[in-house]
Design a protein around this ligand. Sequence first.
Ligand SMILES: Cc1ncc(COP(=O)(O)O)c(C=O)c1O
Length: 414
Amino acid sequence: MTASQLAAAGEPDAEKAFFVADLSHVLHQHKRWKAYLPEIEPFYAIKCNPDPYVLRLLAGLGTGFDCASMGEISRVTQLGVDPSRIIFANPCKAASFIRNSAKAGVDMMTFDNTDELFKIARVHPAAKLVVRILTDDSKSLCRLGLKFGAPLVTVPALLEKARELKLDVIGVSFHVGSGCYDSSAFADAVKRARATFDMGKEAGYEFTLLDVGGGFEDDTFEATASILKDAISEHFPDRQHIRIIAEPGRYFVSKAFSLAANVIARRAPPAVEEGRDVEVDPEQPSVMYYINDGVYGAFNCIMFDHQAPQPFVLSLNGSFHVPASVPLRASSVWGPTCDSIDCVCAVTPLPTTLQVGDWLGFADMGAYTICAASQFNGFEVSKVIYTAGVGPGAAEVREVLRAFEGEIVERDLL
Ligand SMILES: Cc1ncc(COP(=O)(O)O)c(C=O)c1O
C-alpha cells in the first residue's frame, strides 16, 4: 500500500516489484525440523537462496551449511560460521576451489569419481570425503542423477582408489532430486546408503557419516520424515557412532518469501476495450497483463525449477479491499522484457476490472528465484523487504539475529 501511495505521488520507481520475506517462517521450519527429525542435523543448501538474513538466522540457530563453490563458502565463513559446520557438497570441483577450501578449513566434501580423488589427494589430502551415490530421482521435479552420483557398482573401485591414495572417506551422501514428490525415494536411498557402508567396511573404512541430502518438500515433510526415520532405523539399527546430516534448501525458504509485482501495462482486444461481451473461453486468454518481474528475474523458477506460480490479486482498480468474489476473465501474465519467452502465466483467471497500476502477489517464491535472477534488458533484480513476523516467533527471530550479528539493522526489518 505504501508503494502504491508513493507511486501515485510520483515517487520514481515506487511501483518496483519486491519480495517480502517472513523470517519467522524460517524459524518455524527450523523448529518443525527439530521436532520431526531430531536425529538429523540440517546443513542448509545455500544455493537455494543465499539471502543474508536467512543465512544469519540459520547460522544463529546453529544449522550447518551445504556449499557448492568458494563463493558460497566465503559467504558463510564471513558470518563467523566455523568451517566444521560446512560441507562442500559438489562432487566435481575445480582444483583451485579444493585448495582454497583447505585454506578455509573446510574439510568435509563429496566426490563421485576417480578424477576428483586424484585432485583431492594432490591439493587437500587431509579432506574428509563423502561418497555421493546415485539414487532413484525419477519422482522429483529436478533430477540431479543425470549429472552426479556414483552408481553402486562403481563404488568398490572408487573406495579402493581412495584407499590407495591414502584418503579418508568418512561416509555416504545422496540426493533424491530437488522437489521430490514421492517420499518413498528416501527409503530406497537409505537402503543404498547401507549397502555403501558395507562396501566401505570391505574396503577397510569405518564410515561415521550419513548425509541424506536435500529434496524435502514443505507439504510432504511430516510424511517424508516418518519414512526416512523408519528407513534409518531399519538399515542402521546400531548407529551410535554415525552422525546423520541433511542438505535441505527449498524446505526452509520456499514459503517464507512472497513477491508483489505491479501491473505496468495491459493489452486487450477491441471488444474488451469497448465493453462488448467477449466469448468466455477459459483456455483462451483475452487480456494480456504485463508485470515488472518476469522469467529473466524472479520467475526464472518457471524454467530452471519447473514451477508454475499463480498470481493472487493484491489490489483491484486501485483498492486494496479486494472483494471475495469478482467477475473473472481468462488472462495471461507477462514479464517486462522484450522477449516473448517472458511469460509468467499463459492462462489464469483474473478480475475483469484489474488495471494498470494494480498489484499482483505470488506466494512460495523463496526457493531458486532470487539466486538465479538476471538483469536482462536492464531490469533490476527485485529487492527484499524483511519482516520478523507477527506471531510468537517474531521476538525470537530478532533475538537470534541480534545475538548472532551483534547489531540488527532495524531499518531493514519491519
Ligand atoms: C548437493 C545438493 N544438496 C542439496 C540441494 C538442495 O535441494 P533442495 O532444495 O531440494 O532441498 C541441492 C539442490 O540442487 C543439491 O544439489
